[in-house]
Design a protein around this ligand. Structure first.
Ligand code: NAD
Ligand code: MG
Ligand code: MG
Length: 331
């Protein structure tokens, strides 16, 4: 099924330039959306907690900053960029009462709408403008004249022009420069969660750890195991990102390419694919979302235990030592 992709010529910038936008939160996505919109000529204010450490940072960047409820009251488009697990509470306590008929509530990920943790009234638009990249890249690419592609979605069209608003917002953060892909809250939410769990975060990290541990357990030096199973990953991913798997294969040796076809399906085998299907099913039926929300309500107990264990893993302590030896990866 082909997706529809829109570019600058498909978008009306004047829609977002004529709106009052509130960016709620000033983290990874929040700072990028607020600054890009401001540079695109949009009337932006940032909504934060009064004790927020980001307050001064946003003001220093030249943005208007105010409490969340004031920002929501002033604006006719409210973009929710606080962490997913806090959005329902922030919405209930500081935003819901300030939404007027015809206002637009916007998200950068569909979690809370799709799984029903936020239920907006029928007379507001509910849209998504989701950059397919981390906030710092969204900002950097914009300042360099390009943009990270966005997914645009409409869950609820109260005014009849919710799509035009979503596309115009994506233009404002730079997405139209590289392409805005039309999607749905359901597809964005389920694909995003599956991808980060099975492949780009969960899958990749566990694959690198398992390879590293296999070599170390067999008596090889951790430093060399780190190079072979971790360090080289970036260079190969860069080649695939730029020009495809076939190009990475062209760049590596025939020995490595033969090994890829020979060993890959043995490591990612039927059992791994079955596990992926189960992960997708738990995303689709909402049980992953509920498990995550329950852990958040329990003070992130499980998450913090896992984080602690990862931080103490030999692959991390070895990596820190090695990275400090190389000038080309110093910050
Ligand atoms: P973040 O953790 O980087 O930033 C959240 C910010 O929210 C904080 O910096 C703070 O300024 C603010 N905040 C926290 N508690 C608050 C409160 N009670 N009231 C007001 N403000 C508060 O979050 P993020 O990663 O930018 O994620 C925001 C949204 O963007 C999420 O829906 C996420 O799924 C989505 N998203 C993130 C990325 C990414 O790469 N980080 C990519 C695409 C979409
Ligand atoms: Mg995600
Ligand atoms: Mg090698």
């Amino acid at each position: 099924m082909a997706v529809e992709i829109m570019y600058e010529s498909d978008v009306n910038p004047e829609i977002i330039q004529g709106m009052k936008v509130a960016i709620i939160g000033y983290g990874s996505q929040g700072h990028a959306h607020a600054l890009n919109l401001k540079d695109s000529g949009v009337d932006v204010r940032v909504g934060l907690r009064e004790d927020s450490k980001s307050w001064a940072k946003a003001e220093e960047a030249g943005l208007k900053v105010m409490p969340v409820s004031d920002a929501a009251e002033e604006a006719n488009l409210v973009m929710m960029l606080v962490p997913d697990e806090l959005q329902a509470r922030v919405y209930e306590e500081q935003i819901a009462a300030h939404l007027k008929p015809g206002d637009t509530l916007a998200f950068a990920h569909g979690f809370n709408i799709h799984f029903g943790y936020i239920k907006p009234p029928a007379d507001v638009n509910v849209i998504m403008c989701a950059p397919k990249g981390p906030g710092h890249i969204v900002r950097r690419q914009y300042t360099e004249g390009s943009g990270v592609p966005d997914l645009a979605c409409v869950e609820q069209d109260a005014t009849g022009n919710a799509w035009d608003i979503a596309l115009s917002y994506c233009w404002g953060i730079g997405g139209a420069r590289s392409g805005i892909i039309k999607s749905t809250f359901k597809d964005e939410t389920e694909e995003d969660l599956f991808g980060e769990q099975a492949v780009i975060c969960g899958g990749v990290v566990e694959l690198m750890k398992a390879g590293f541990e296999t070599l170390v357990d067999a008596g090889y030096p951790p430093e060399l195991a780190y190079f072979e199973c971790y360090h080289e990953m970036k260079m190969l991913v860069d080649l695939m990102y730029e020009s495809g798997i076939h190009f990475m294969n062209y760049s590596i040796s025939n020995t490595a390419e033969y090994g890829e076809y020979y060993a890959g399906p043995k490591v990612i085998n039927e059992q791994s694919r079955e596990a992926m299907k189960q992960i997708l099913a738990r995303v689709q039926d909402g049980s992953f979302a509920q498990e995550f929300v329950d852990d958040c309500n329990n003070g992130h107990k499980w998450l913090l235990e896992q984080r602690e264990a990862l931080n103490n893993h030999l692959i991390e302590t070895t990596g820190e030592k090695i990275r400090s030896m190389f000038s080309w990866i110093k910050k």
